[in-house]
Design a protein around this ligand. Sequence first.
Ligand code: IPM
Ligand code: MG
Length: 356
Amino acid sequence: MPRLAVLPGDGIGREIVDALAPLFARLEEKTGETFDRTEGLIGGVAIDTVGTPLPEETVSLCQSADAVLLGAVGGPKWDHMPTSTRPEAGLLGIRKALGLFANLRPAKLFPALASASTLKPEVISGLDLLVVRELTGGLYFGQPRGRSQVDGQRQAVDTLFYTEAEVRRVVKMAFELAMVRRKHVTSIDKANVLNSSQLWREIAEEVARDYPEVELTHQLVDNAAMQLVRNPAQYDVVVTENMFGDILSDEAAQLTGSLGMLPSASLGGEIGLYEPAHGSAPDIAGKDLANPLATILSVAMMLKYSFSLHEIADQLEAAVDQVLADGYRTADIADAGQAVQVVGTKQMVSLVIERW
Ligand code: IPM
Ligand code: MG
């Protein structure tokens, strides 16, 4: 029996995970298997309940599962807390604990959403890229980090540190993924300024030698931020360090119309973790307004990468395509100029199930 650890977290994370219950029922019908789902605490709700953003029980729950589905963490209620005890620390902690060094964020244009993008249709036409973001190193984890006070002045430091092995494994994963896509990797760095980026670029060149069929292009991160809105169709697989990937993947998501559409898979260890790239959106939580599609597409990635249920995963993606083609939208992707039917979170889930 496949076992899932489900970490709903905060805000719309909780709401969307709850709304997915019928989707799992449909999955069980389709596969004839029971997907055992056990919930764990993470983020703000964990702080409120047990005083820490990542309780030990949650880590062991995830370690004994086949895959982890996560909603979202964070909210204004916990924003005043120090970095190491905030809800976000729970998310970083579970990524690290499970060894999830590669975060895959595919940004693909759903044709029906072309007009929801803030870019011209001709710019985003053909958009189908995959950001592979390094997830357990770089500025998010490097030491030293923290705050201090020297001569009455507050100071703060974060460190961008990478070892050769950390870079090599994620770049290798990007090349492997490119092999089953359009065989092009763009490695993004800031090698004109940063030592860590010079190392990154060197390793990317070395890995590329093992993949003669794959074309490797290097781009500086500032140029990449510009190219992403100028000509995003030039990208196939993009690989980059943690912080650059955090920033560029939100930018890539917006190309598709809304951050509410972008799923993600975090891989590298034995257990994959799947989560939407959007946050907890506390302003709209509990109002049946949230877009569940990024989480549904994350479930599709889970079916693919953790359970090898490729056909069922493809069908789920096709169902999302069809719902959009049929004119249904949640508020975040509803374009005023279009004749669409705006639906809430729960109804959106039902509409997908009907087509799956
Ligand atoms: C993301 C989020 C997280 C990150 C936050 C919530 C810690 O922005 O998954 O992209 O920065 O990794
Ligand atoms: Mg982010």
